[in-house]
Design a binder for this molecule. Sequence first.
Ligand code: PMP
Length: 461
Amino acid sequence: MPEDHANSWEARAAAHSFYGFTDLPSVRERGTVVVTHGEGAYVVDTHGRRYLDANSGLWNMVAGFDHPGLAAAAKAQYDRFPGYHAFFGRMSDQTVMLSERLAALAPFNDAKVFYTNSGSEANDTLVKMLWFLARAEGQPARRKILTRKNAYHGVTAVSASMTGKPYNEVFGLPLDGFIHLTCPHYWREGRPGESEAQFTRRLAEELDEVITREGPETIAAFVAEPVMGAGGVIPPSEGYFQAIQPILKRHGIPLVSDEVICGFGRTGEVWGADALGFTPDAIIASKALTAGYFPMGAVILGPELADRLQVAVDAIEEFPHGFTASGHPVGCAVALKAIEVILDGADGAAPLIDNVRRMTPVFEAGMARLAQHPHIGEWRGRGLMGALEAVADKDSGTPFAGHLSVSERIANTCTDLGLICRPLGQAVVLCPPFILDDGQMDEMFGKLETALERVFAEVAG
Ligand code: PMP
């Protein structure tokens, strides 16, 4: 840690900022990285140190940290009309245009969109919509939400209840009626001798059993990320969505795709659901929706839910829900530009999704190479996101002892080398910006390899 002068940025950060999702002993020892600006895929701290941000901020800064078109779109909209709401029969022209664009992009016809400020709020909004619908349709018991262990859906009281992580116990969460099924991670959850196909079938049977046990008339939705992100980048086992969707359909339970990380190109397709080969009944979007240049989330309802909700709302004439900044005109203008940058190509540049597709095989080759290391148990991923799982013993997949904090040490060593990557459990996660070029890909894997070698030499001798 740099010398702790009372007026240093590190000391000032610690004095008055309350840290979330931060390992405090590690930050006390190492100091806070106070970032002042970005250059493409890099961020720069108050000491002038540059870091290749292989996590795109928090999976969201997909166009990098100094995209001129996105900043210009925000500036132009600030100059034109800097803020408005979407209440009382009023909304901005940008909001109308973004909803049209999202409806055209959605993997279903006749979508309807509701805006929030974050992914968490979008999940809360979805659940409130479903609870509203259940009561309006005379089925007030239809309130339970099915998700998976290890899934991440946010931090508000409802979305944290959807999240399948044990750390929420400190808040006395989950709330009642949030049920977490087995994580579809074959490598970790598969039983000895069980094939991947058998594993998928077991999870589908579990779903059917839980629905039958709870009563299908009590379940409002099944919500899933196509590829789990903050759970440690976990693509589901082969055929997972194809196995569970018919069960949900049979019981009349909507399948909602939480596309907060996967949406808008991360997997190489527009939606993670496209990549995984299923059509959801609704989508939760955020992050790359604005390329991280404005806080925004959205619930995108498919035609059946949208129609039913419309009928229910018409009956009482109002849906009593919304945020002050829902459909903020600057956010919508930025989102329209971000979608153009990612999917259409803007200002003479190729669409960023083309680069995701071009770089995916390079990324996979780099991951596969590092996965040969004797202390990497598996690599997994999809498109431009992936994880390397550290193990004490490769054959048995036995993890390192928790107190060794192996993934944190790898991530800290990477930070020292000028690379930001994220420890998640015993995995190290990479989720680079869509603009990454070949040289930066080499830099990322080169630095990570150095960090892996150093840390494994320390912990495994
Ligand atoms: N869903 C998923 C899949 C996420 O990854 C996240 C955030 N990482 C959220 C929801 C919550 O989004 P936010 O942090 O914007 O509330």
